[in-house]
Design a protein around this ligand. Sequence first.
Ligand SMILES: [Zn+2]
Length: 149
Amino acid sequence: MPLIESFTVDHTIMKAPQVRKAKVMNLPKGDIVEVYDLRFVKPNTTPMETAAVHTLEHLIATYMRDKMDNIIDVSPMGCRTGFYMSVYNENKKEDIQEVLIYALKKILETTEIPGATEKECGNYRDHSLVKAKETAKRVIEGFENGNKN
Ligand SMILES: [Zn+2]
């Protein structure tokens, strides 16, 4: 399977926030899977706090699916500077960014974290809606200021 790029990207010149098409996989039967880098924080500056990342993970996964039915997975990067989103079929980076901003705006008005009970989540105590909202606000402002690509 051909990979466009992965760890070959130079993180020292990476801007944030930005949406980047990180990978396109052409599957044997003709299907396409894409992986997007939803970068919230410039690499090797101050990463997001784990509680914020965790809450954002729950909320982004929920709200982006309002607008897209081809999302396979949204998962946090271990470096806590962004998320990976896997989707099937071909998409435009600009459309993904629009849906991401929609989700972040929804987060600002959220009062409850979905799936954050002991039964539903692997670390239900490690959540912060306040910090998730602070991060969402910062990322929205970053996109609005054109600090992308
Ligand atoms: Zn969880």
